[in-house]
Design a binder for this molecule. Structure first.
Ligand code: ZN
Length: 338
């Protein structure tokens, strides 16, 4: 990597389209909130909690993820969690972020939908002061039932103006998109944007179903799509963005080494691939860590950096005028770096 490329990767404006806010919860904040709320957690120290982050697959990660979320009880807790992430995003020159949240993780513990959404939304509003446009996307947990998703949607509808879309996350295998066909149809009728995790560990068939049954506008992950040439063609033709998360894929062993990641193959096939952090507190890096490590490992070059950042703006749900402004700023950053 030339000496200027890391600086350019860090400085270029970018959008993050795949970040679970509960996955940005750092061990320090978990301990702080546990103390503030008088919640007992099964770890003696920040260090011990950090050591527990040695995942081998998606499920072993999810087990710790839900334990960490148990310290979130009050609106201010959700604000503090989102604010900590948004400060890091701003430092990484993320100028647009579309943040996933998992209300069922909280409502199942007796925390109200209002507490969750109002805390997160207030932080998103305040992020404007740091130059970050932040929006929320409500995710349904796919290991739970569609009935539960319908109930969650009903609880969230009074707060409809505070989130822009819905997604589908958590354990993929064994929970195909078809399971949520009816609730996604309802969300579509309500004018919500639609995204879904598909093709992270699951097969290309899950990506097809997310597109054709759920009618999503973006695929979260989607890296398994390369196994199906017809699917690759469809994704390229319809310019369906893939929100790829390289360090997450590495940590969850989707690829054995970062050098084996298929991000270049996705770009070369003309797909609207993007780079994102997924669950940055748990997977070893925020946005710029993902860019820097992925470029160092795979040998991607300056033109790929431009393409990935431009893709992130194109793939966002920002209105057309905002997308144009983001792209102008991207062009300025590249012009300034020569
Ligand atoms: Zn994810």
């Amino acid at each position: 990597m030339s000496t200027s490329l890391p600086a350019l990767l860090a400085a270029m404006p970018k959008a993050e389209l795949h970040i679970h806010i509960e996955g940005s919860l750092e061990p320090e904040l978990i301990f702080q909130l546990a103390q503030r709320n008088g919640v007992a957690i099964p770890y003696a120290s920040v260090e011990e909690l950090r050591k527990a982050y040695a995942f081998t697959n998606l499920q072993s990660f999810l087990d710790i993820y839900y334990a960490g979320a148990s310290v979130l009880l009050k609106e201010q807790d959700f604000y503090d969690m989102a604010w900590a992430y948004l400060r890091k995003a701003a430092a990484d020159n993320v100028i647009r972020t579309e943040i996933f949240f998992d209300p069922q993780t909280h409502t199942a513990r007796g925390v109200s939908m209002e507490t969750v959404v109002n805390g997160l939304h207030r932080a998103c509003v305040d992020a404007k002061t740091m130059g970050v446009d932040a929006e929320l996307i409500l995710c349904f947990l796919r290991h739970l039932s569609e009935e539960d998703a319908f109930l969650t949607l009903e609880q969230a509808l009074p707060l409809r103006d505070k989130f822009i879309g819905v997604g589908l996350d958590s354990s993929e295998l064994g929970h195909p998109p078809e399971k949520f066909a009816r609730v996604f149809a309802k969300c579509r009728a309500l004018g919500l944007h639609l995204v879904a995790h598909a093709g992270e560990e699951g097969p290309p068939a899950y990506v097809w179903a997310a597109l054709d049954v759920l009618k999503v506008e973006r695929i979260d992950h989607g890296v398994q799509s390369v196994k199906d040439p017809a699917l690759m063609q469809r994704l390229a033709q319809d310019r369906i963005p893939l929100t790829v998360c390289p360090l997450s894929n590495l940590k969850l062993c989707v690829f054995p080494k970062l050098a084996d990641h298929n991000i270049r193959q996705l770009l070369d096939a003309g797909l609207v691939a993007t780079v994102n952090s997924d669950d940055p507190a748990y997977f070893g890096g925020y946005m710029n860590d993902n860019f820097l490590q992925t470029f160092a490992a795979t040998g991607l070059a300056k033109e790929h950096a431009y393409r990935l950042a431009a893709n992130s703006f194109e793939g966002s749900f920002a209105e057309a005028g905002a997308k144009r402004r983001y792209l102008e700023r991207l062009d300025q950053a590249f012009a300034a770096q020569g």
